[in-house]
Design a protein. Structure first.
Length: 323
């Protein structure tokens, strides 16, 4: 496996041999991941999106599939899963379908953006409502805080009802928003004693939160973005991870969407601009909503994820999930 060279075949300091293409190891005695049959090291015939990092057996060339993937080339989702994605550690996403069925596939719908800046409310943690001004031409709401008694308190923007309700089709989509706070002269960046949620979703008796990794300096614009997948959220009370099932439950009956307003110790004003929620519809103009499930629902259910009762049926609240 050593490359034939006129000069020494290894590094004189580390002892690392100079290997042929697709060969690795200190002594060039192994095939690189994705290759097998040393010393020939032939390319494995595998679908890399569906394989583990090692890709294949270095001796036989047999593909090593991710947990939810099957097939000789690891190119098929197992029954009960859908959407083969390279970024998914399990390969395919498990069908949820609110436990009504385990048969689903990728939704035929396309992504589109929902935007409605009318009706937003700014509340303090004590539920005190702050007076706002709305600029429809710029999709902007703004609050003057100079006459607010305590500008050190946490303020949250609360979404109007148009963003709420059944938002199952937003799973895997993005929530994007622009924040601005005008700092009082001499203000410094606010680093809270304990981390505070930047986005809060509430629904089905659950409250889950997303925390930003960094904050802009006072006076700078902040373009927030969070993908609505379970790995980005924690339960607000326990800080425990959120499961796919729990996020789907919240999205099925979204009752509150809150965005944290302040990122400085004191501000003379704060504003919120263009809160865009990605949804999936038949009339969408964007990308295919590949991570949205389309379930094969029994006759007594309807909805892409079987989240609704069909006409003539009612919901048994004692059942699993929404059944």
């Amino acid at each position: 496996g050593i490359q034939k060279l006129t000069e020494p075949g290894c590094d004189l300091e580390s002892g690392q041999c100079t290997c042929k293409p697709n060969v690795i190891g200190r002594r060039c005695d192994l095939c690189a991941p994705g290759y097998y049959d040393y010393p020939k090291c032939r390319l494995c015939d595998c679908h890399q999106e569906g394989t583990e990092p090692s890709i294949c057996d270095p001796v036989t060339g047999q593909c090593r599939c991710k947990e939810n993937v099957e097939g000789s080339k690891c190119d098929q989702c197992k029954l009960g899963t859908f959407y083969l994605d390279a970024g998914n550690l399990k390969g395919c996403t498990r069908c949820f379908c609110f436990a009504a069925t385990d048969r689903c596939h990728i939704s035929p719908k396309l992504r589109t953006e929902f935007l409605d800046m009318s009706g937003w409310v700014l509340l303090s943690t004590e539920r005190q409502e702050i007076l706002l001004s709305f600029n429809p031409e710029e999709d902007l709401v703004e609050a003057d805080l100079r006459d607010v008694a305590d500008v050190y308190q946490e303020l949250y923007w609360h979404a109007p009802s148009s963003y709420l309700g059944d938002r199952v089709s937003s799973y895997g989509g993005f929530l994007r928003y622009h924040l601005h706070s005008k700092a009082i002269r001499g203000d410094a960046t606010f680093i809270p004693v304990e981390s505070r949620p930047d986005v809060i979703l509430k629904g089905n008796q659950m409250s889950i939160a997303f925390l930003e990794s960094s904050y802009p300096a006072p006076g700078d614009d902040h373009q927030g973005q969070v993908q609505l997948v379970e790995s980005n959220f924690r339960h607000t009370q326990t800080h425990n991870p959120v499961s796919r099932e729990e996020l789907m439950m919240v999205l099925a009956r979204l009752e509150q969407l809150q965005i944290r307003a302040l990122n400085a110790q004191s501000s003379s004003s704060v504003s919120l601009h263009r809160v865009v929620l990605e949804i999936a519809t038949e009339m969408g103009l964007g990308l295919k909503a590949s991570n949205v499930e389309f379930c094969m629902c029994p006759a007594n259910y309807r909805g892409d994820s079987c989240q609704e009762c069909a006409p003539g049926y009612y919901r048994d609240t004692k059942g699993l999930f929404l059944r």
